[in-house]
Ligand binder design. Structure first.
Ligand SMILES: [Zn+2]
Length: 459
């Protein structure tokens, strides 16, 4: 997950009036029978959950540049073909290739204690013998700035409690360069997590090109960050040894997974649904984001099985390299530059396939109003909410080209407990909730691909 707030339209949402319920010229009731069949089929069994488990158990985590990612892509393409999906292909994308290597962090003084840590994606490594230095705990960029030269030669620890992902993530992304600017030799981060059982959370970081020195950066568990902070408050001085063998390698070839159900009347017009096939190099990337890819895939498989072929094409996309570059999302936009105007809607799931409330859309009031007319088809599974939201990372290049986009809006209560950790495994997902997510994908994709009119574009 790497969503960014978009402020395309700030007008208040159009109120939904209950009767008559119409999607453009057609009453939404036109689509009720097909929607019910799709929902029934999705809720009938645990097929989608089983597939998430098989994919992630078999290949494990799937970081860009890894053989595991490419094997998972091969398997997915093969299974999509076996399911009878159409135009199944891998679309080439060059992706960032960072490797973690061995790594560790240890509190040396006032007592020795191993620290649960994960280097941040994109970080440089330490010198061979590691970095051993005093630690200064700060609580914000302002706090860091106030310390001035006091952090020179030290390891800076950002102990910033989780509020919202977007607000807390800035320390993960930019903390190393901010600390380096003041002469720090390494950066540690309190994991970006809403709950912790001593579990470090990785994630991407980047170096500010205006800061000459690139220092190693790693996340430590919330508990250890709080421990170090308490020690500092008591006036105890702490020393930590950080060892990281991380490397940034040349970009590597990868692929976006693409499969279709061709439209029966307007095959050139496309509704895109999907998630990202890559993951961090910890856990199994089940929640983030095999679930998104599989739920979209399953939605189209069910349409195929039920003999529902809408007017327009529905294209499932499993983007590569969302986690550390969004090179897949950018490559998709470049590959489809000539027909981006034919993309009528793009719906992504990248917040875990937990219980869905509906969708969060990015676009004009009239676009939201049109989606709100479709929403009641999902009332029976409690997924009829349409709110204004933010773009998911992989569809953002499409949003920038004017394509109406939305994301699945799910119960995120537990998402940041497991996000980017070794605990992102399929057991965290409820098969019933996964099935509901399949239904949300299926109903929106089907109706938007079938209805005579198209959603208003963003420009
Ligand atoms: Zn994700």
């Amino acid at each position: 997950m790497h969503a960014r707030i978009r402020l395309l339209a700030v007008a208040t949402a159009v109120a939904f009036t209950s009767a008559p319920v119409r999607a453009g010229a057609q009453s939404v009731e036109t689509y009720r029978a097909a929607a019910d069949r799709l929902i029934d089929a999705a809720m009938r069994d645990s097929a989608a959950w089983n597939r998430i488990a098989e994919l992630t158990d078999t290949f494990g985590h799937r970081l860009s540049g890894s053989a595991a990612l490419e094997r998972a892509i091969d398997w997915t393409l093969e299974r999509m073909r076996a399911d009878g999906l159409e135009n199944v292909r891998g679309e080439r994308a060059m992706v960032r290739h960072w490797v973690r290597g061995t790594e560790s962090a240890e509190l040396i003084t006032p007592r020795r204690k191993p620290l649960a840590m994960l280097g941040l994606g994109g970080s440089v490594g330490t010198p061979a013998g590691g970095i051993t230095a005093p630690v200064v705990v700060v609580t914000s960029f302002d706090d860091l700035a106030k310390r001035g030269a006091a952090v020179k030669g030290k390891i800076v620890l950002f102990d910033v409690p989780f509020t919202q992902y977007e607000a807390t993530r800035v320390y993960r992304t930019g903390g190393a360069s901010a600390a380096a600017k003041q002469g720090a030799v390494a950066m540690l981060l309190r994991s970006v997590a809403s709950f912790s059982i001593n579990s470090p959370h990785t994630g991407s970081m980047r170096y500010d090109s205006t800061v000459a020195t690139r220092i190693p950066a790693a996340a430590i568990a919330v508990e250890d960050a709080m421990l170090l902070h308490r020690m500092q408050d008591r006036g105890q001085s702490m020393t930590v040894k950080l060892v990281m063998n991380a490397q940034n390698l040349p970009n590597a070839p990868s692929r976006n997974v693409v499969a279709e159900l061709r439209g029966r009347e307007k095959p050139d017009e496309v509704v895109v649904i999907g998630g990202h096939i890559d993951s961090w190099d910890v856990g199994q990337g089940a929640m983030d984001d095999a679930g998104g890819v599989v739920a979209a895939w399953e939605a189209v498989r069910l349409m195929k099985t039920l003999g529902l072929r809408p007017r327009r094409t529905i294209r499932v996309v499993g983007w590569t390299n969302e986690e550390n570059g969004v090179d897949g999302g950018k490559a998709y936009r470049a590959t489809h530059a000539a027909d981006v105007d034919k993309h009528v809607f793009a719906l992504e799931s990248d917040n875990g396939v937990f219980r869905p409330y509906g969708i969060k859309a990015v676009g004009s009031d009239s676009m939201l109003a049109m989606l709100r007319r479709i929403a009641p088809l999902l009332s029976r599974i409690g997924a009829d909410s349409v709110t204004r939201g933010e773009s998911e990372a992989d569809v953002e290049p499409l949003l920038d080209a004017g394509v109406p986009v939305a994301g699945l809006n799910v119960d995120e209560t537990r998402y940041f407990w497991y996000h980017h950790t070794n605990a992102d495994t399929p057991d965290k997902l409820d098969p019933r909730d996964v099935a509901r997510c399949v239904a949300v994908f299926a109903v929106y994709a089907y109706v938007v691909a079938e209805m005579p009119e198209v959603l208003p574009r963003n420009r």
